[in-house]
Design a protein around this ligand. Structure first.
Ligand code: UDP
Ligand code: MG
Length: 326
């Protein structure tokens, strides 16, 4: 585990709220984001820190953040050794946040910071996991909306973990929820699945997701497809069971077909036809077997990665916030 080795005395007192922002090449939006975020936080909490996790940006985001640390005492920075992806960047952030409550938010202003007071209200009412649920999605293609809807539906059906639909990573977590998620050190992680998995009282706050403020999305469909596979394989072994039952079904059908063939040959002789049907059966079974093997492979590959027990990430530097006061 990449724990923080900064002594508490070197840090400011625990802030009420930490805001965790994973950043990967977001220089175009960071100034606007920070300005809007600061305005909201100043009005809603006494003490806060905004923890930016620089996930190996190559566009000047880091330089901007380092400079920001110098001028804004409420800013903290974790600089990862390379690009590890958003899920790991969030894990790194959770290891370093110090607040009594933590808000996880994207840097691109798709998640409006103005929702934070509502999240805080629910936290003060006793909820540990206050997640923001999208009412509508602006600026996203129908294919993305459609595939996202199906992803949530499938994962809810297949796993016993109820990942709320139309919910991203934007949420507020209580200290104990953060500690629980921190205890899960798997390499393959879908954070919003883990947030749901740890349990605790949860509540949704509805909001309208805005289009990206500037810059480009870092996720293409191939990446999203992989995120979906990651989500399914890390929460359920249902695909493996599916392979077993499908195999059984095909075996039973094959047995019936065999009985019919034997009976036919017996009664009417064997006129040696059937090359096309033979090819169909061979190709069909070959396809099914390869798919089932592939599914097995997905799980074995993940086991391979997990048993190495590598640290989730490495940090180049951690700059704690200097004080939690306004
Ligand atoms: N992000 C990251 N590492 C990555 C990709 C993205 O930290 O490898 C951050 C990115 O800077 C942003 C958030 O994750 O703050 C969401 O990324 P993006 O807006 O590209 O995703 P989308 O909203 O399109 O799903
Ligand atoms: Mg985005």
């Amino acid at each position: 585990m990449q724990a923080v080795e900064i002594t508490e005395s070197a840090c400011a007192p625990t802030p009420t709220l930490s805001v965790l922002v994973p950043v990967y090449n977001e220089i175009e939006v960071l100034p606007a984001f920070h300005q809007r975020m600061t305005a909201v936080l100043r009005a809603s909490v006494d003490t806060y820190e905004v923890l930016y996790v620089n996930d190996g940006s190559s566009d000047g985001s880091l330089a901007w953040l380092e400079q920001l640390c110098g001028v804004d005492a409420n800013v903290a920075l974790v600089d990862l050794s390379r690009n590890f992806g958003k899920e790991i960047a969030m894990a790194a952030g959770l290891d370093h946040v110090r607040g009594e409550a933590v808000v996880v938010i994207d840097a691109d202003l798709q998640d409006p910071p103005e929702l934070i007071p509502q999240l805080l209200t629910q936290w003060r009412a006793g909820y540990d996991n206050v997640y923001a649920r999208r009412r509508r999605r602006e600026g996203e293609t129908w294919l993305k909306k459609f595939s996202a809807a199906w992803f949530y539906r499938i994962i809810r059906k297949l796993s016993r973990v109820d990942i709320p639909q139309d919910t991203g990573d934007y949420r507020l977590l209580s200290r104990r929820a953060v500690e629980s998620v921190r205890a899960l050190r798997e390499q393959h992680r879908l954070m919003k699945g883990l947030f749901a998995w740890v349990g605790y009282p949860s509540v949704a706050v509805a909001y309208d997701r805005d289009p990206r403020h500037a810059g480009h999305t870092k996720f293409n469909y191939w990446k999203l497809w992989n995120v979906a596979i990651e989500g399914i394989t890390s929460f359920t072994i249902a695909p493996l069971k599916l392979a077993t039952y499908f195999g059984l079904l095909v075996a039973v059908l094959a047995f019936i077909a065999m009985a019919v063939l034997i009976a036919k040959t017996w009664l009417y002789g064997d006129p040696v036809k059937g090359y096309p049907s033979l090819m169909c059966v061979i190709l069909f079974l070959g396809g099914i077997q390869l798919t089932a093997l592939g599914m097995l492979g997905e799980y074995i590959g993940r086991m391979f990665n997990e048993v190495k027990r590598r640290p989730l990430y490495f940090t180049k530097q951690y700059v704690p916030s200097r004080h939690g006061q306004r």
